[in-house]
Design a protein around this ligand. Structure first.
Ligand code: HEM
Ligand SMILES: [Cu+2]
Length: 646
C-alpha cells in the first residue's frame, strides 16, 4: 500500500550518534544470560507473550484436530472415551486461558508504551514477573496431560463430577492449583496496565485523546481485577474439598453444588469480555487506518466498551438456565443478556460506518478486521438466541453452543489477532509480511472456518450433544461432521500458512519504513523496529490522531520533537490522571533476576502443594521473603522524583 501522496506523517527525529549510544547504553539489556532472563523491556516481554500464547494456540489446535478426526465419521476409534474427555477439556482451557488473554497481553505489552508515547510500562519488573508466572503456570497446567492425567471434566469443571469421589486422580488437582497459579499473573498484569494507563501517558494525551486500543485493554483489565478472585476462590475451595475433605460443594454436609457454578460464571462471563474487548479494540484501531479516516463515533465506542464490561458482570446466570433456578431470576438474567447486545452493536455500527464512509484499502489486515465484523454478527445472533430461556433449554449442551463459542472466540479473538500481526509486524520486526501469502492465508482461514463451524449449528439443532466422543450411524449426523472436519483442516492449513508467512517475512520480508500504513498513532512515529528507548524525545500530544493532524485539522499541533529528552538517567515522565500533565519523573529499574526468581519460587510452592510435599511449599514460601526484599530494596538510582523537569 503506497503511503498517501498528499500528506506526510511526522517522524520523531533520530538522536545523533552520541546521544543514541548513551540512550542505548541506558535502556538496552546486556547480551548475556542475565540480560535474557532479567529483561524488563516491555517490547521483549510483549513478544514473549505473543510467541508463547501462539504456541498454546497451536497445541490447543492439535487437540482440536484430534477431536475432529475422531468425530469425522460415526463409530470411530481413534481416541478412547477417557482420552477424548481430556482432549476437549485441555483444548477448552488452553484456548480460553493460555491463548486468548495472553495473546492480547502480548499486543498490549508491546504496543502500549509506544502508543502512549513513553518508554516502558509503569512497573517493568512486574511486567516481566507476569510473563514468567504465565509461562510456568502454563507448563504446570500441562504436566498432567503428558502423563495421561490431563484435566478431563471440561474447562468449567463442574462439581460434583470434579470432586475426589468421582475423579480420584491428579487431573483436577493440577487444574485447580494451576488456575490459582495463573490467576496471580493475570491479576498482577491487570494492576500494571491500569497504572500504566493512568500515569505514564505522554504529556498532553488527556483522557479524551487516548486511542481506542488502550481503552479496550484497560476496560478488560479492570474487569479482570474483579472477576479473577471469584474463580481463584472457587478452585481453592475445590482443592480444599479434594485434599482436606472440606465440604463446600457437598449438599449432604450443608455445601452447595450450585455455588461452584455461580462463582465460576460470575468470573466466566466477564472473562469472555476480557478476551474479546481488547481484540475488538484492535479492530477499532486498525480498521480505520485502512479506511483512511478516523473511527466513526469514537466516544460512543469508548462508552460502549465500558458499558459492555459493566453489564457483563450482570449476566452470568445465562450459563445456568438449565439448573432449575427460580423463573424470576431467569427472567432477569435473560433480559440483561438481551440488553448487553446494545453496546456490542454500537461497535459494529461504528465499524460498518467507518468502512462505508472511508476509502478502504484491501490489505490482508483489512480483510481480517472486516471478517471479524461478519463473524461477530453471526456469533452475536447465536448468543442472542441462547439468551432466550426456552430456546436455551433446547440448545444447551448441543453443538449449537460449540458453534456459538467458536464464532465468538475465533471470530472476535483469532481473526483480529492475526490481522493485528499483519498490521504491527512491520513495527515489531522492521520487515513487511508477504501480502500474496496473506491472501491465501486469509481465504483459507475464512472459508475453512465457516465450512467447519457453520454446520455445527445444524448438527446442534438436530440434537447432537457436545462432549460426546462418538455417535451411532443411524442418527444421520455423519455427513455434517465430515464437512466440519474438512473445514477444520482447511482452517488449520490457513493458520499454518500464517506461521510460514511470519517465519519467512521475519528473515526475508521487505524492509519496513517507520509508518508503512500511513497510520495515525504514536507507535508509527518511531523507527521500525523501535530502539530500546522507544522515543528519543518524549512527544507532546495535542489531538487524538497525532500523526494525522494536518489532514484532519489543517495544521500540526502536537510537538513530536520538542518534548523532554530525559537522557540523564533511566527514566520516564509521570503524568496526571486526566490531563496528562507531567508532574514527576519515574526512574525505571534495570535488568534484574528478581522477577523470574519470585516466579520460580511460586512455581515451587504449587508443585509442593500438588504433591503434598508441604515442606517444599513452606520452604519456597519462606524463600520469597529474601526474594521480595531483593526486589523492593531501595536503590539510589530508582524511585519517584518529585520534580517536573520538562
Ligand atoms: C482448528 C480450530 C478449532 C477446532 C477444529 C475446534 C474444535 C472444537 C470441538 C470439536 C469442540 C467440541 C468438543 C466436544 O464438545 O466434544 C471444541 C470445544 C471448545 N473449543 Fe474449540 N476448536 C478450535 C479452535 C478453538 C479456539 C481458537 C478457541 C478459543 C479461542 C476454542 C475454544 C473452545 C472451547 C472453550 C470449547 C469448549 C470445551 C468444553 O466443552 O469444555 N476452540 N472445539
Ligand atoms: Cu456468558
Amino acid at each position: 500500500m503506497a503511503a498517501n501522496p498528499t500528506f506526510k506523517t511526522p517522524v520523531i527525529a533520530q538522536p545523533n550518534a552520541e546521544l543514541r549510544e548513551k540512550m542505548e547504553g541506558m535502556w538496552s539489556d546486556p547480551p548475556t544470560l542475565h540480560g535474557w532472563f532479567g529483561t524488563t523491556d516491555h517490547k521483549k516481554v510483549g513478544k514473549r507473550y505473543l510467541v508463547t500464547a501462539f504456541v498454546f494456540l497451536l497445541v490447543g489446535g492439535l487437540e482440536a484436530l484430534g477431536m475432529r478426526l475422531q468425530l469425522a465419521q460415526p463409530n470411530e476409534h481413534l481416541l478412547s472415551p477417557g482420552l477424548y474427555n481430556q482432549f476437549f477439556s485441555m483444548h477448552g482451557f488452553t484456548m480460553i486461558f493460555l491463548y486468548s488473554l495472553p495473546i492480547l497481553s502480548g499486543f498490549s505489552n508491546y504496543l502500549w508504551p509506544l502508543i502512549l508515547g513513553t518508554r516502558d510500562m509503569a512497573f517493568p519488573r512486574l511486567n516481566a514477573f507476569t510473563y514468567w508466572v504465565f509461562l510456568l503456570a502454563g507448563i504446570f497446567l500441562y504436566i498432567g496431560f503428558w502423563g495421561g492425567k490431563g484435566t478431563d471434566v471440561g474447562w468449567f469443571n463442574y462439581v460434583p463430577l470434579a470432586e475426589r469421589a468421582y475423579n480420584p486422580d491428579w487431573n483436577v488437582d493440577i487444574y485447580s492449583l494451576g488456575m490459582i497459579f495463573l490467576g496471580i499473573s493475570t491479576t498482577a498484569g491487570a494492576v500494571n496496565f491500569i497504572a500504566t494507563m493512568f500515569r505514564t501517558r505522554a504529556p498532553g494525551m488527556s483522557i479524551s485523546r487516548v486511542p481506542i486500543m488502550i481503552w479496550g485493554t484497560l476496560v478488560a483489565n479492570v474487569g479482570i481485577l474483579f472477576a479473577v478472585p471469584a474463580v481463584s476462590l472457587d478452585f481453592l475451595m475445590l482443592w480444599l474439598d479434594r485434599r482436606f475433605g472440606t465440604q463446600f460443594f457437598n449438599p449432604e454436609m450443608g455445601g452447595r453444588p450450585l455455588l461452584w457454578q455461580h462463582l465460576f460464571w460470575i468470573f466466566g462471563h466477564p472473562w469472555v469480555y476480557a478476551i474479546v474487548l481488547p481484540a475488538m479494540s484492535i479492530v477499532s484501531q486498525g480498521l480505520p487506518v485502512y479506511c483512511r479516516r478516523p473511527l466513526v463515533a469514537h466516544p460512543a465506542v469508548v462508552l460502549a466498551t465500558i458499558l459492555t464490561m459493566v453489564l457483563g458482570f450482570g449476566v452470568w446466570v445465562h450459563h445456568m438456565f438449565s439448573t432449575g433456578l427460580p423463573v424470576i431470576a431467569m427472567g432477569f438474567f435473560s433480559a440483561a443478556s438481551f440488553v448487553i447486545v446494545i453496546p456490542s452493536a454500537v461497535s459494529v455500527f461504528a465499524w460498518v460506518a467507518t468502512i462505508w464512509t472511508g476509502r478502504p484499502v484491501f490489505t490482508t489486515a483489512f480483510k481480517f478486521f472486516a471478517a471479524e465484523i461478519v463473524l461477530f454478527v453471526i456469533g452475536g445472533v447465536s448468543g442472542f438466541m441462547t439468551a432466550a430461556v426456552p430456546l436455551d433449554w433446547q440448545l444447551t449442551d448441543t453443538y449449537f453452543v460449540v458453534a456459538h463459542i467458536h464464532y465468538v472466540l475465533i471470530g472476535i479473538n483469532v481473526f483480529p489477532v492475526v490481522g493485528g500481526i499483519y498490521h504491527w509486524f512491520p513495527k515489531m520486526t522492521g520487515r513487511m509480511m508477504d501480502e500474496r501469502l496473506g491472501w491465501w492465508n486469509f481465504w483459507l482461514m475464512f472459508i475453512g472456518f465457516n465450512l467447519g463451524f457453520f454446520p455445527m449449528h445444524i448438527s446442534g439443532l438436530e440434537g447432537m450433544p457436545r462432549r460426546i466422543y462418538t455417535y451411532p450411524a443411524n442418527l444421520g449426523w455423519g455427513d455434517l461432521n465430515l464437512v466440519t472436519t474438512i473445514g477444520a483442516f482447511v482452517f488449520a492449513l490457513g493458520v499454518l500458512l500464517f506461521v510460514v508467512n511470519v517465519v519467512r517475512s521475519h528473515k526475508h520480508g521487505a524492509l519496513a519504513p517507520p509508518n508503512p500504513w500511513d497510520a495515525d498513532t504514536l507507535e508509527w512515529a518511531t523507527e521500525s523496529p523501535p530502539p530500546s528507548y522507544n522515543f528519543a524525545v518524549i512527544p507532546r500530544v495535542a489531538t487524538l490522531h497525532p500523526l494525522w493532524e494536518e489532514r484532519l485539522d489543517g495544521s500540526w499541533q502536537s510537538a513530536l520533537n520538542e518534548g523532554a529528552v530525559l537522557d540523564e538517567e533511566h527514566e520516564i515522565p509521570a503524568t496526571t490522571v486526566l490531563d496528562a500533565e507531567p508532574d514527576a519523573i519515574m526512574k525505571m529499574p534495570h535488568t534484574t533476576l528478581a522477577p523470574i526468581s519470585l516466579a520460580l519460587l511460586i512455581a515451587g510452592t504449587f508443585v509442593g502443594l500438588l504433591m503434598s510435599m508441604w515442606w517444599v511449599a513452606a520452604g519456597c514460601l519462606l524463600a520469597m521473603i529474601p526474594a521480595l526484599l531483593w526486589w523492593f530494596w531501595p536503590s539510589p538510582e530508582m524511585g519517584f522524583a518529585e520534580r517536573a523537569r520538562p
